[in-house]
Ligand binder design. Structure first.
Ligand code: NAD
Length: 496
């Protein structure tokens, strides 16, 4: 059994003070981190900090990952990480450090609450209170990309069963712990029936274990429209990595400002807390940034650390500051706000209100005992049977006529055990019987199967590839066609 425990306060070795790794980041990062740490200090949050340098300077010093090995050691040594946004240099082989940290430290769950604070922060949706639980380790963020022919580049979308189960269980456990009523899953499984299909099926299965929580599913395109147009109908949303990234920014905007939302990235041993926005280089160094996103991330961290009293103290002072009309430029409204302030002055106003509670906005109360624990049982492997192979070929001969490549592969390259069944180009069937109108690239997916129902092995594939090569074709990759427990484990072509 693999056990993923999401609550880590009791996992830290209870020595003396708890330690937090802190990174000040780039752009507005140092200003909002300074504001956040000052507020935490004034609230007498009893922790020690290990400060590390990450981001632009580190990239430019030659560490292409944006972090030095020494900083990695510090990060791995502490269970909690409070991180300001960083700038990812464009191009040049730089990898996103955010993605690297989330994946390397196993921070599988990205929790992003979005609330409206009417009328103090303008929003069309005064009752909006949505939590997006974004899968954080899989999907297109694997970043495994290859150019395969002159014309075609691919990226791999990887979705795993334990990864899906972990995040979906987390979403339901979160809903249970915080008294939420509904979990909505968003996927695109009408198109990606295997990857998104696995996520949706896992959701349907797990939701049955939580009969007290309503469960529904939206296709992500209309789901995104619901986030933008009717967010008040949503409660907890669980979705795949890319969709979660996109709908989070929509949710932040419609809630009021991208500068307000914080997020937690939760794993088994580590957790990271941050604002959802970026380093905002356009306003950096001008004392203009709203520090609320990072402060809300820090509040989530205090709850996770078992310091619910401090989280409450800070959050209620922050709500009171909003209510008193002390606003940074991004949320300032001339009729409603009392004072337009900078980052520093906003932090001072929160500090002045520590101990006060909001009178109009709902004050927060955090439960000390909230524990979210996620357990995923390792399943026995499925029975795997090889029934065919897709051979991808780089070809642009004879005016890209599918009948030419198809007839040659069928009659001269097929073996006794593997016969050409069809060819598709960018997923559309072009042989046998394709349409002349279909656009053809130089990337041909040629499907070979065993027509006698025999189970194959890798030697059959090697024999086929030798035969394809002998016929003069340049194969650039293969994909095995398997049945798992008798179920087809590959998609059909459009038109097949
Ligand atoms: P951004 O979120 O930095 O800025 C978008 C817009 O929102 C800008 O107009 C900015 O001024 C405004 N804004 C953002 N935060 C604000 C705040 N706290 N107060 C007031 N206004 C705020 O997005 P971007 O410009 O696309 O990205 C800038 C850099 O940040 C890029 O290098 C990107 O890679 C990086 N980034 C980092 C993270 C992270 O570290 N977690 C997340 C997203 C983007």
């Amino acid at each position: 059994m693999i056990t993923f425990a999401a609550k880590s306060d009791n996992q830290q070795i209870m020595s003396e003070k708890k330690r937090i790794t802190v990174a000040h980041g780039d752009g507005i990062g140092p200003e909002i981190m300074d504001a956040t740490l000052r507020i935490m200090k004034a609230a007498e949050v009893d922790v020690e900090y290990d400060v590390i340098e990450i981001g632009e300077k580190v990239y430019k010093a030659g560490h292409k990952s944006g972090i030095s090995p020494e900083s990695w050691d510090i990060l791995r040594g502490n269970p909690y990480f409070l991180k300001a946004p960083i700038t990812t240099p464009q191009g040049g082989g730089y990898k996103s450090l955010n993605v690297t940290i989330r994946k390397s430290l196993g921070l599988y769950s990205n929790v992003r609450p979005f609330r409206a604070y009417p009328p103090y922060v303008p929003s069309h949706f005064p009752h909006m209170d949505v939590v997006i639980v974004r899968e954080n380790e899989e999907d297109l963020y694997a970043g495994i990309e290859h150019q395969q022919t002159s014309e075609v580049v691919q990226t791999l979308k990887l979705i795993s069963e334990p990864g899906s189960e972990k995040i979906i269980r987390y979403a339901f456990e979160y809903a249970k712990a915080y008294g939420r009523k509904k979990v909505t899953c968003m996927t695109k499984d009408n198109i990606m029936k295997h990857t998104d299909g696995l996520f949706h099926q896992t959701f349907d299965k797990i939701s049955k274990e939580y009969p007290e929580i309503a469960a529904d599913h939206w296709i992500i395109d209309i789901g995104s429209a619901v986030v933008a147009a009717r967010p008040e109908s949503l409660d907890v949303v669980v979705t795949l990595n890319l969709y979660g990234d996109v709908i989070s920014d929509i949710a932040a905007e419609v809630a009021g400002s991208v500068g307000m939302a914080g997020s937690s990235n939760i794993g088994m041993q580590h957790s990271m807390f941050e604002a959802i926005h970026g380093s905002a280089p356009d306003i950096a160094g001008q004392n203009l940034a709203n520090p609320s996103g990072l402060l809300n991330g820090a509040t989530m961290m205090l709850v996770q650390m078992g310091m619910a009293d401090k989280a409450e103290l800070i959050q209620n002072a922050w709500l009171r500051t909003l209510e008193d009309g002390i606003h940074t430029g991004d949320i300032y409204q001339s009729q409603r706000s009392k004072e337009r302030v900078g980052t520093k002055e906003f932090a001072d106003a929160v500090i002045d209100r520590l101990g006060q509670r909001p009178t109009k906005l709902k004050e927060v109360r955090y439960n000390e005992d909230v524990k979210i624990e996620v357990k995923v049982d390792e399943k026995p492997p499925k029975k795997k049977e090889l029934v065919g192979v897709d051979v991808f070929i780089d070809w642009r001969g004879e005016n890209r006529d599918p009948d030419v490549i198809g007839d040659r592969l069928l009659n001269r390259a097929s073996t006794d055990r593997l016969k050409l069944k069809l060819i598709s180009n960018r997923g559309v069937l072009v042989y046998p019987g394709g349409l002349p109108e279909t656009f053809k690239t130089d990337h041909w997916r040629c499907r070979f199967v065993n027509t006698n129902g025999e189970i194959l092995n890798n030697s059959d594939v090697i024999d086929l590839l030798n035969s394809v090569q002998a016929e003069g074709f340049d194969f650039i990759k293969t994909e095995h066609l398997y049945h798992f427990d008798g179920e087809r484990g590959y998609s059909l072509s459009q038109g097949e």
